[in-house]
Design a protein around this ligand. Structure first.
Ligand code: ACO
Ligand code: LMR
Length: 599
């Protein structure tokens, strides 16, 4: 019987997303009904591991301990990706559960520990593959971790369906090469195992050869040994004792070692040319003498396999089975221009896909080198332009001017109340920001709309005031609770002065002041307020600086971007008030009864 079936399930020790995905891709190609990974063990996170089974995303449960994973899944294979430091303890622990096969991937586990694990596995009747291996595969059924390589490699080595060659080697990397070679020179592998390159592997070459001898699905056996160690002599002995009757084709790599003047250590810990007995030549000779079919060199290996296969099983059958098609990774298909999809989000102001984030195509590092200001950043991210200095300085002036207006104003008050209710900083800030609206700080956009429309239509300030009165609309940007003709708002004075000095035209400001002249005749506090003044001078800036088309200005006013200046500026003050209350250790705010008119 092959080691694994189409129903075999495993537990992976470690959060090995790539290896798990390779296993699931193989499952899919083989036409399995269920994924072969039932769970992973991850002591540090029990977040399920997302992976694809075909085109469908699934979540593989993660458990803290092997015990839990076993109890929940009853999987029969344990694949240990623990490092060489913890592989010993975790494998011995796993041997307490009824796993039939265990694989250890880590390299560099001390030999003493490997020998204890191997003895323990033998005692408990378990098959231990590794350490220092990629694992193994039963074609068309189940594979361990990264065995077989990429889906393309697995398909070309015909691993998606059963052949009739039983293969065993030490090297995992060479296994993939051999799967391919065997597929070209026979009907492919039935099963392929890489026992690992350590000196004392959990199972030996001969262990698997003897399994293949018993396995009806295996018609010929292929072995790839390597110099170092005496494992191959075990096969020779089994052949001599008549324990292996099926044709066995074998080659021991490392025959080139004799060309080196001193002892050579190849990739594996065990692949060391020591005594003459451990040389590749000696082992090839011994295998040949015992009855194995040994090629002249590795170059003839494929040809010999084919000869033996055809003699035993007849001509190589024509391939009829195709692997179940694996969906292409979206990113790969995209790179090949093979798919298209309308993007869900369109963005035009910034891009962080490269090393340096771009603010409207300008790298942030360049802006820092140029000592660009917050005004420059706003002009790039809000208006997608590099505006002249007088404009960016104006932005910053507005931010400074609107940053705070004391604790009594609506926004600051709400931030203070929230802070005293124990809310966090962002919540306090948002509480204040949410107060900004048509009466408080957020009248700028509406003021801009009305002033712009009146100026465009060429109506007089008087006609405008009457029109608004007739419609029963309060003029946004006019009126203040405490500022008045007698108590002018110094902020408004500064803004007016800046616009007159720097902006090519102030026709909207002039219009707004004509409106103010009329409204203040009615009441002294119906002045052009901060919001109204900001609205008017922004209209002047946009329409006269030469950087915006008329359509762009219409768009900005229509969208309503100007309240953002108040919101951004005032958030500075709101943060300040929220922090201040916490620093002052102010308790919960409660309004005084005597300050409320109870009706
Ligand atoms: N347009 C026309 N008339 C007005 C306006 C206005 N913008 N504001 C107040 N009035 C009139 C009222 O209709 C009322 O008239 P009446 O006496 O004939 O009934 C009179 O002035 C007083 O109204 P109140 O509501 O008592 O005025 P108050 O001083 O409380 O209002 C406020 C101040 C809320 C700012 C108000 O002027 C207003 O709504 N303005 C428009 C919104 C605005 O620009 N807000 C931003 C203010 S600045 C800032 O928050 C940073
Ligand atoms: C402000 O800047 O908050 C004000 O002009 C509003 C106010 O009530 O003073």
């Amino acid at each position: 019987m092959p080691l694994f079936t189409k129903e075999t399930e495993s537990i992976i020790y470690g959060r090995q997303a790539a290896a798990v995905q390779r296993m699931l891709d193989f499952d899919w190609m083989c036409g399995r009904a269920k994924p072969s990974v039932a769970a992973i063990v991850d002591a540090s996170s029990q977040n399920a591991l997302p992976a694809f089974f075909g085109a469908k995303q699934i979540l593989i449960p993660a458990y803290k301990t092997t015990k839990e994973a076993y109890n929940k899944t009853k999987a029969e294979v344990f694949i240990n990706f623990a490092s060489f430091r913890s592989a010993y303890d975790t494998t011995l622990e796993a041997m307490n559960y009824p796993f039939s096969t265990l694989a250890i991937i880590a390299e560099g586990i001390p030999e003493r520990q490997t020998r204890i694990m191997a003895a323990e596995a033998r005692k408990k009747g378990k098959i231990l593959i590794g350490p220092a291996t990629v694992g193994g595969v039963t074609a068309g059924c189940f594979k361990i971790g990264n065995t077989g390589g990429t889906p393309d490699a697995m398909a070309s080595a015909k691993l998606h369906r059963q052949g009739s060659v039983g293969f065993v080697s030490k090297s995992g990397g060479m296994s993939n090469e051999m799967f391919n070679l065997i597929a070209q020179h026979s009907d492919g592998i039935c099963e392929g195992m890489a026992i690992g390159g350590d000196r004392y592997p959990g199972t030996t070459l001969v262990d698997h050869v003897l399994r293949y001898e018993q396995d009806k699905a295996v018609k010929i056996i292929v072995v790839l040994g390597e110099l170092g160690g005496t494992d191959e002599y075990g096969i020779a002995e089994a052949l001599k004792q008549g324990k292996v009757k099926k044709p066995l084709v074998a080659w021991v790599t490392g025959t080139c070692a004799k060309m080196f003047p001193t002892e050579v250590q190849f990739g594996h810990a065990g692949a060391k040319s020591g005594t003459a007995k451990e040389s590749a030549d000696a082992k090839n000779q011994a295998l040949k003498e015992a009855g194995a079919l040994v090629p002249k060199s590795y170059d003839d290996f494929g040809e010999l396999i084919q000869k033996v296969f055809e003699k035993t099983a007849g001509p190589i059958p024509k391939e009829t089975t195709k692997p179940r098609m694996l969906p292409i990774e979206f990113k790969d298909a995209l790179a090949k221009n093979a798919v298209r999809r309308a993007e869900s989000i369109v963005s035009s102001i910034s891009d962080d896909r490269g090393d340096d984030v771009l603010y409207n195509k300008v790298p942030l590092m360049q802006l820092l080198n140029e000592k660009a200001t917050i005004g420059d950043v706003i002009s790039l991210l809000w208006f997608k332009k590099r505006l002249p200095k007088y404009a960016t300085e104006f932005f910053e002036m507005i931010l400074k001017i609107t940053a705070d207006h004391g604790p009594a104003v609506s926004g600051a008050h709400n931030a203070i109340v929230a802070s005293r209710a124990g809310k966090d900083l962002i919540t306090c800030m948002c509480s204040g920001l949410l107060t900004i609206g048509p009466r408080f700080g957020g009248a700028i956009d509406d003021a801009a709309k009305y002033f712009k429309s009146a100026v465009e239509r060429g109506i007089s300030a008087k006609e405008f005031v009457e029109e608004m009165k007739d419609k029963d609309i309060r003029i946004p940007g006019i009126g203040h609770r405490i500022k008045s003709v007698k108590n002018p708002d110094a902020r408004v004075t500064v803004i007016k002065r800046y616009a007159r000095k720097n902006f090519p035209s102030t026709k909207h400001l002039d219009f707004a002041l004509e409106v103010e002249a009329l409204t203040t005749q009615k009441k002294g506090n119906l002045i052009l307020n901060v919001d109204g003044c900001i609205a008017a001078v922004f209209l002047d800036l946009f329409s006269s600086c030469g950087e915006f088309t008329k359509e762009e200005v219409d768009d900005l006013v229509e969208i309503g971007v100007l309240n953002a200046f108040f919101a951004l500026g005032r958030s500075i003050g709101m943060v300040g008030h929220a922090i201040d209350q916490k620093r002052l250790k102010q308790g919960l705010y409660r309004h005084a009864f005597d300050d409320i008119l109870y009706l």
